[in-house]
Design a protein around this ligand. Structure first.
Ligand SMILES: Nc1nc2c(ncn2[C@@H]2O[C@H](COP(=O)(O)OP(=O)(O)O)[C@@H](O)[C@H]2O)c(=O)[nH]1
Ligand SMILES: [Mg+2]
Length: 428
């Protein structure tokens, strides 16, 4: 709003073919009263009388007045005028209406007289409604309702067709946006970069899981013991694996146990294995590791044979099977460690690259705040798609926009308003 006073024809402009019986000129803004007085009281303009002039009719009362050209004093028309006092008006501003005879010459002369006062300007399409909206006289859906009402009947069919097309277009746009946001949300690169790649060491008791953790951590983080069931809780160490931050977790040996604490350890081990980005299954080369591999890979949730690694430990005790898809290692002597590290590094790199490829090189979501805002936008878009009413869908879209705005900076409502009011006709 620029504080200007605006005017426009509130009825269709009279044409030669179809002159109307009446034509209404509407004014809104701080100078509306001046315009009304200057047009209806001869000589007032020259005297520069103010809006407090007694010539101003009582508000909301139609009164008969003769309209004069304020400069020449020439009579233009005799018609009804109405004065509306702010804020109880349609726009919330001072308003006036001139009900003129609908001939082209009359209307043309009246508009020209108003223009020559140089107190107001022609309204933009939808500007009256926009001012009403900005003064809290109606909400957006009501404003849009007015747009529909104005366009109804005259071009109903064309508009209906247009609306249907628009709705489908909007729907497609929402679906595309939601898919895009969803893809960012499943991309866990940012989290991996920030928190580290999660690697879980799993396997049967006594396979050498804790020994492997200590070997990789280069310190005695976990207790190594011949007593099966020694590791009961999860032990985490943070490592740098070829430049990638890694959280390595040692877990309890996977076996049936009567011990309640060990049972809980096994439950946690399985849960951690399922959540991890990468699983290292450690097996004892000197035992029946093939059977163990079959059962444990089948039992482990999210086990991916193309990504997860089977480590055949204690190769100092039994020769490795070169045909098997395993990484031979001796956690005791360190034999096979460089090969295992190489495998881990390439797996970590692949996990990070994978996300990068999926996102077309887009930066990862590293902040929880961004992730939460996107999740909220995603949910709001989903609700918009199933909203039973257009007004509710609009509200959901607004919420989605606000959530995205929290990442990108504020999304100005003004920008939206321009789009909405653009479709109005002048005088509304
Ligand atoms: N010979 C041999 N013994 C190992 C090796 N790795 C671990 N051990 C032993 O196997 C036993 C169990 O090891 P531990 O790391 O506690 O296994 P976990 O139960 O899987 O955590 C310990 O006595 C270790 O010293 C290895 O590579 N070779
Ligand atoms: Mg252990």
């Amino acid at each position: 709003m620029d504080g200007s006073t605006i005017y426009a024809l509130g009825t269709p402009a009279p044409s030669r073919a179809r002159p109307g019986a009446l034509c209404v000129v509407r004014l809104s803004g701080p100078r509306a009263a001046d315009v009304l007085v200057f047009l209806t009281e001869p000589g007032a303009f020259q005297r520069g009388r103010s809006a407090r002039n007694p010539a101003l009719p009582a508000p909301r009362r139609m009164v008969l007045r003769t309209l004069h050209d304020p400069l020449s004093g020439e009579a233009i028309d005799r018609g009804l005028v109405v004065w509306f006092e702010a804020p109880h008006t349609e726009t919330g501003e001072p308003m006036a209406e001139l009900h003129l005879h609908g001939g082209r010459a009359v209307v043309g002369a009246a508009l020209e007289a108003i223009r020559r006062l140089d107190l107001c300007r022609l309204a933009e399409p939808g500007e009256f409604t926009r001012r009403a909206f900005e003064h809290g006289k109606l909400d957006l859906t009501e404003a849009e309702g007015i747009a529909d009402l104005v366009a109804a009947e005259t071009e109903q069919q064309r508009r209906l067709a247009l609306q249907a097309g628009l709705a489908q277009g909007v729907r497609d746009g929402i679906v595309r946006l939601q898919d895009g946001i969803g893809a960012h949300l499943v991309d866990r690169r940012g989290e991996r970069l920030r928190e580290g790649l999660h690697i879980a060491i799993i396997g049967p008791p006594n396979a050498g899981k804790s020994s492997l953790l200590n070997l990789l951590a280069r310190r005695d983080a976990a207790i190594v013991s011949e007593t099966a069931g020694t590791t009961r809780d999860i032990i985490e160490v943070h490592l740098d694996l070829g430049g990638w931050p890694v959280v390595l977790a040692d877990t309890a040996g996977l076996r049936e146990s009567g011990d309640a604490i060990e049972q809980e350890g096994v439950r946690r081990a399985r849960a951690r294995a399922a959540q991890a980005d990468l699983r290292l299954l450690v097996l004892d080369a000197s035992g029946d590791w093939k059977a163990a591999m079959r059962t444990l890979t089948a039992e482990t949730e999210n086990w991916d044979p193309a990504r997860d690694i089977v480590v055949l430990n204690k190769v100092d005790l039994a020769p490795a099977d070169p045909a098997a898809e395993t990484v031979p290692l001796s956690a005791r002597s360190g034999e096979g460690l460089p090969e295992l590290l190489a495998r881990l590094e390439s797996a970590a790199g692949a996990l990070m690259d994978e996300g990068a490829r999926d996102q077309g090189g887009a930066p990862p979501l590293t902040r929880t705040r961004h992730r939460e805002a996107l999740a909220e936008a995603h949910a709001s878009l989903g609700r918009a798609l199933v909203a039973p009413e257009i007004a509710l869908a609009a509200e959901d879209l607004r919420l989605a926009l606000r959530a995205i705005g929290r990442i990108t900076g504020t999304v100005r409502v003004e920008e939206l308003l321009d789009v909405i009011f653009r479709d109005f006709c002048i005088g509304k």
